[in-house]
Write a protein that binds this ligand. Sequence first.
Ligand code: 57M
Length: 358
Amino acid sequence: MLYYFLYPLAKYHTVFNVFQYITFRTIYAAITALILSFLVGPYLIERLKSMNVGEVVRKDGPPNHLGKEGTPTMGGAIILLVLVVSVLLWANLANPYVWALLFVTIGMGVIGFIDDYSKVITRKKGGMKGRTKFLAQAAVASAATLYIYYYLNVDTSITIPFLKDARLDLKMFYVPFAVCVMVGASNAVNLTDGLDGLAIGPMIMAAATYMLLAYLVGHVKIANYLHVMYVPRAGELAVFAGAMVGASLGFLWFNTYPAQVFMGDVGSLSLGGALGTLAVITKNEVLLLLVGGIFVLEALSVIVQVASFKLTGKRVFAMAPIHHHYELKGWPEPKIIVRFWIISIILALMAISTLKIR
Ligand code: 57M
């Protein structure tokens, strides 16, 4: 919105020229989301407490989690609020990719909200049925992908990290593939969100990485210089990703160990969906396996555990997802969290290095 109102004033004073620059708006989108989180966070956490929106902790989990019973949850609503406000303020709203990304983020957030609401408010054990949740996520992702595919004519080929000019054209399979990326990312972040700050830390790193990638692939000269696929108009998504970084940092302020609030599915599903969509639009879908390596590891640990338990009756991990395994091995919670953050930093750096190593 500020782009609309303030950039035209450049004809009166050159200072307003800064509003045309993606870099400037990205930085202020991050700062706005961060400051808004500090301003509304404490108030909304108090509201959640007074409305008794407290976590119902599973009794069959690691014993140290029982003390977390009643921690305010659905804090993801704070993330969504500050993210959307910051994007509406700083992004160029004539850009269709911004709306596609907003649609997925809010759509997944609504699904997560319904799930949280049924778990926490109506006390329905297990919340929304797994299948219903999955179908709803797939519907949101399909709508966004079809829009991107048909109306924006996005390239249906995918790039392979570390291989120069290696492209695989998925043609008609691109739509289901992109839907899998969005839904997969949404669920993987949800599975990771089981210790204080465990999901939001790697989310900051992943959003920051896609912030950079969006800027690079959307800049024709830089994209050509780096030999990466040029995606016209995708640069504006750096502003969105910047707001994600700010909103996530702001949430970490309250979610860091010992957490004052959990994000709930409203936060994990929406942030994961946004990350998957960023990967799809910036044509860095495969690279998400590296950028979001922690989320991939967590999801894989569940797949391996469930498959092994069903097929052999034996468990590979003491408990899945993998963070529970380390808890049961006796690692203190902050140690697991910070070590996973460190890994996510290394992965983000490796992902950025693929711009040169190929
Ligand atoms: C949600 N939710 C946390 C919080 C958060 C298929 C199966 C492996 C699925 C998996 C599952 O349901 N995962 C998704 C994980 C829960 O956190 C809430 O959920 C929101 C995110 N969706 O925002 O509202 C608990 O996590 C802890 N927490 C923190 N700090 C945070 O900042 O400490 C969360 C955020 C919270 C809190 O304790 O209550 C969760 O873990 O439930 N299921 C599991 O993870 C279960 N694993 C399992 O059953 N494994 C089996 C295999 C064979 C499937 C096994 O290994 O034997 C475990 N979950 C729990 N207890 N809590 C089992 C034991």
